[in-house]
Design a protein around this ligand. Structure first.
Ligand SMILES: Nc1ncnc2c1ncn2[C@@H]1O[C@H](COP(=O)(O)OP(=O)(O)O)[C@@H](O)[C@H]1O
Ligand SMILES: [Mg+2]
Length: 232
């Protein structure tokens, strides 16, 4: 069994059934996600491991697996990947550029993100959890994806409707209007879509962004959270 030295908590879900820590596994810096719920934790951990292997086989832009197994100290299973040192979440960098009205940087980030999703789709990878904290970016504009629990693999590729919805779910995290549209354009540019395809229909994309925003609002209202949280 590996020796795990915990350093700090990075993130937890609301019910604290999944907690991610920065830690050292046999001296190597990792992010270790701990699945703390008895039984369901095991099921989620197994799913992360199985999918994690498939994503890497497909060539997905994810950090390498360092350890997957029992975490003695927390009495649960954990999934540890190489720590992405020097990376920040897309949420943080986009929000900061947006708040500083740094339009050039916002455009650049949306371009990188749109291209990243097109590349994922080319590999048949669908990140179902479309929140902007699941994409990390470094100073050289390299993007890595984390949070593999909900990823789906489509060996024959995502169909157009699914691909459009997936991108729209990410677009719904952005302030409405120009930003989702720019994300869609960057995606299409990288994908190489031809006119007439559902994928390249801007109105359909806009509608799906709108629908997802409504769903997010309902979810937040149910949790008594602020109804509109951009870049979430
Ligand atoms: N390999 C990693 N290197 C650096 N930070 C990471 C890494 N993996 C995850 N994180 C950080 O931990 C956060 C939570 O991890 P994530 O797998 O998204 O858990 P959750 O399912 O709780 O959202 C991420 O948003 C990211 O900020
Ligand atoms: Mg996450």
């Amino acid at each position: 069994m590996a020796t795990i030295e915990f350093k700090e908590e990075l993130h937890s879900n609301i019910r604290r059934t999944r907690i991610t820590y920065r830690a050292l596994v046999d001296g190597q810096e990792v992010a270790v996600k701990c699945y703390r719920k008895p039984l369901f934790g095991l099921i989620h951990w197994l799913r992360a491991l199985r999918r994690g292997k498939k994503i890497r086989r497909a060539g997905g832009p994810v950090p390498g697996i360092v350890y997957a197994g029992w975490v003695q100290k927390l009495q649960c299973f954990g999934f540890a990947t190489e720590f992405l040192s020097g990376y920040r979440s897309m949420r943080e960098v986009l929000r900061s550029a947006y708040e500083q009205s740094d339009q050039a940087r916002v455009l650049e980030l949306l371009d990188l993100l749109g291209r990243c999703v097109a590349d994922l789709h080319k590999l048949g990878i669908e990140q179902l959890d479309c929140n902007l904290t699941n994409y990390l970016i470094n100073a050289d504009n390299v993007i890595r994806m984390v949070d593999e629990d909900d990823v789906r693999l489509h060996p024959r590729g995502l169909n157009e409707s699914l691909a459009l919805t997936n991108l729209a779910n990410l677009g719904a995290r952005l302030p409405p209007g120009d930003l989702p549209r720019i994300l869609h354009e960057a995606y299409l540019d990288a994908w190489g879509a031809s006119p007439g395809e559902l994928r390249s229909d801007p109105e359909c994309f806009e509608h799906r962004v709108f629908e997802k925003k409504q769903m997010l609002r309902i979810k937040r209202a149910a949790r008594d959270a602020a109804p509109d949280r951009e870049f979430d």
